[in-house]
Design a protein around this ligand. Structure first.
Ligand SMILES: Nc1nc2c(ncn2[C@@H]2O[C@H](COP(=O)(O)OP(=O)(O)O)[C@@H](O)[C@H]2O)c(=O)[nH]1
Ligand SMILES: [Mg+2]
Length: 150
């Protein structure tokens, strides 16, 4: 069973996607701690990403996972990846998910460009975490990578 971990800033939709992949579409509550599911999935608090003093915690939490799922909001046109993080993960598979594509006024081409400039590789999975069709697309993508999804 391959382990996968969700990383990304606070409020981008990591927990919403983590839960939706398990069939739970209830409103996500703020993630206070690292959360594990029974299928090898790990959800992390966004603070790991935003506060340099927590990078070590993020690295140690993610080290056991083969697949890093970087979640980025379509509302955000700034690259939030900590410098050097992609080098640390160069032996892992990185999956990039762009959430909140349902919001009005998002500029997806601009967001894609920012992510490419930040070193991430397409394809980017562009989703609304509340849309079961989009979530299924992510589930299928992860299954192809060897992840077990219920
Ligand atoms: N419109 C929209 N809102 C979303 C989407 N995904 C998450 N949200 C909302 O964004 C907020 C933060 O979501 P959450 O999953 O807690 O983000 P996390 O901090 O990355 O775990 C919540 O109010 C969610 O309902 C999405 O795809 N579209
Ligand atoms: Mg969360």
């Amino acid at each position: 069973m391959k382990k996968y971990v969700f990383v990304g800033s606070v409020g981008v939709g990591k927990t919403s996607l983590f839960n939706a992949l398990m069939g739970d579409y209830e409103l996500a509550r703020k993630t206070q701690a690292v959360d594990y599911n029974l299928m090898g999935g790990i959800d992390t608090p966004g603070e790991f990403f935003s506060h340099p003093h927590l990078y070590k915690a993020m690295i140690s939490t993610t080290t056991e996972a083969e697949i890093i799922i970087y979640v980025h909001s379509a509302e955000d046109q700034i690259c939030r990846l900590p410098r050097g993080i992609l080098d640390i993960y160069n032996n892992k598979t990185i999956v990039t998910v762009i959430t909140k594509v349902d919001l009005p006024d998002v500029d997806l081409p601009a967001v894609r460009k920012v992510l490419v400039e930040c070193g991430l590789k397409e394809p980017f999975l562009e989703i609304n975490t509340q849309d079961p069709k989009d979530v299924q697309m992510v589930a299928d993508y992860l299954k192809n990578l060897g992840v077990e999804i219920k």
